[in-house]
Design a protein around this ligand. Sequence first.
Ligand SMILES: [Zn+2]
Length: 160
Amino acid sequence: MCDFDIFLSKYAVDNNHRMLITHSIIPGIFITILGLIFNWHVLIISGFSYSIHIIIDTFDWGTNFFYFQKKQVGFKLLITKEEFNNISKYLSQFKRPESFFDRKYYDNLACITIEILIFILMLLFIILFALKYFLIISIYFIFLGFHLQRHFYLKKIESN
Ligand SMILES: [Zn+2]
């Protein structure tokens, strides 16, 4: 859900949605606190899952975690320091700058393995705890389709 801020990218530093306040730890904490005040479990769980999303985003490229610092923090496992500091040089090697990030992600065996593991875990949890909501996984496939379609579209552009 937090990644819907991608549609607000044009308002972000470097057009990077990870720099928006929606990709900091602030909304997650805010939602959790609201949940605690109103003692509403749905909000507390939502606050937690929002925070987990933001924490996971620190692993690949980093995210504007503390917001006010205005810089991307995190382990940035998919990008080297050299690449991060000279990002425009690397982006200009591609016809579409997004291709740089797309390729790094899809060429990374660890990322793909983690995606598959999380998918299997999701199936298991739904089957064990929420079988009557099984159809909810169709939402997953809609987003998967969106990402794969984008990946192959970029691949096609770069290979031409
Ligand atoms: Zn995100």
